[in-house]
Design a binder for this molecule. Structure first.
Ligand code: TYM
Length: 345
């Protein structure tokens, strides 16, 4: 039996990178799941607090995210859909795992390293100075490991940028198992696997040397799941490509063009090499117009559904409440075992 767990931060409406790199895969896994597979999808509010958040906006982003996940097809009768902050077992397990986590492992996380680098540029000093960064940002991957391990998950569908965090989760599961399996007890945690989506890394439309992200200041660099068809059209028309004639798939020397091909292939559920063949003798204008149609086709259903349910407050609250109870019931068995094994039961 598989236990599938994944999460997303409630920091605004998700973009096409979130969707193609993770969310669409959640829906696929839900569709193909066996009867006794367990699926859990979480809106991770505690993770969002590692960066400054306006409380009113965070509150409404959490509701947006719940509505988006329902709108793309996460089915609360099939999957456990819940807010991370409704289940305190995550923070309890996070503390216990923190006490088993070597600092060196956290220092090697690329997400931490890029935060350090950014703060160094800002202060224009050469010395590495982490005094302005909060401790939550540093221990963030431990909370992520706790999210996964609280349910003894076996599979974690995420984009490539999260891969290193899943490897850390495996390490921490293994450390716990080795530290706390006395008297021939079987290991408590399975080592969860990273599940890759076909388009694990969608790039920024404005700067194809970086990934599409929520935090980029340029809103034209990303397509949001709720963008209108004219917004989608304008953003793709303005996507940075190159001046090489013809269309070829070459992520290293033609990242912008290749990114459009990746998006087209993902939105039409086809192979990128096959897709590229159809554009051999065509230009960027033609490609962009087809990408626009394909993205619109994928997003129009979720957009309409989002508009329909976003303001159904009672409905959304009921879903969140039911999810929280189910999640807590599920993680209680793990936490009980964890407490016993560490001597805190
Ligand atoms: P978050 O909220 O940044 O992103 C949610 C998911 O979207 C994927 N993603 C992308 N995939 C392809 N191309 C992109 N440009 C792109 N941008 C984002 C991310 O890989 C992710 O799968 N730490 C996590 C949330 C989290 C989590 C967890 C995930 C917390 N606990 C436990 C799995 C299991 C995060 O910040 O994702």
């Amino acid at each position: 039996r598989r236990v599938i767990f994944s999460g997303i931060q409630p920091t605004g409406i998700p973009h096409l990178g979130n969707y193609l790199g993770a969310l669409s895969n959640w829906v696929k896994l839900q569709t193909s799941a066996q009867r006794d597979d367990v699926l859990l999808f979480s809106i991770v509010g505690w993770h969002a607090l590692t960066l400054p958040q306006d409380p009113t906006r965070l509150q409404s982003s959490r509701e947006d995210m719940l509505a988006v996940l329902l709108a793309i097809g996460i089915d609360p009768t099939r999957s456990i859909l819940f807010h991370q902050d409704h289940n305190r077992h995550h923070t309890e397990l996070c503390w216990i795992l923190s006490c088993l986590t070597p600092m060196g492992k956290l220092r090697r996380m690329t997400t931490w390293k890029s935060r350090l680098a950014a703060s160094r540029n800002a202060s224009s000093e050469n010395d590495i100075d982490d005094s302005l960064l909060n401790a939550g940002l540093f221990s963030y991957p431990v909370l992520q490991a706790a999210d996964v391990l609280a349910y003894r998950a076996t599979h974690v569908p995420v984009g490539e940028d999260q891969r290193q965090h899943i490897e850390l989760t495996r390490d921490l599961a293994d450390i716990f198992n080795r530290t706390f399996s006395r008297h021939n007890q079987p290991p408590l945690f399975p080592l969860p696997e990273y599940v890759e989506a076909p388009s694990k890394r969608v790039l920024s439309l404005k700067d194809p040397s970086s990934k599409m992200s929520k935090s980029s200041p340029d809103a034209a660099s990303r397509i949001l799941l709720t963008d209108t068809s004219s917004q989608i059209k304008a953003k793709i028309r303005g996507a940075v490509t190159d001046s090489i004639p013809g269309i070829t798939y070459d992520p290293l020397s033609r990242p912008g063009t290749s990114n459009l091909l990746t998006i087209l292939a993902a939105c039409t559920d086809s192979d990128v090499v096959q897709v590229t063949k159809r554009y051999e003798n065509k230009g960027h204008g033609h490609l962009k117009s087809d990408v626009t149609d394909a993205v619109e086709e994928v997003l129009k259903g979720p957009r309409t559904e989002f508009e329909r349910i976003r303001h159904e407050k009672t409905f959304l609250e009921q879903i969140a409440q039911k999810g929280a109870l189910q999640a807590m019931e599920y993680s209680a068995a793990t936490i009980d075992q964890v407490r016993r094994r560490v001597g805190l039961s």
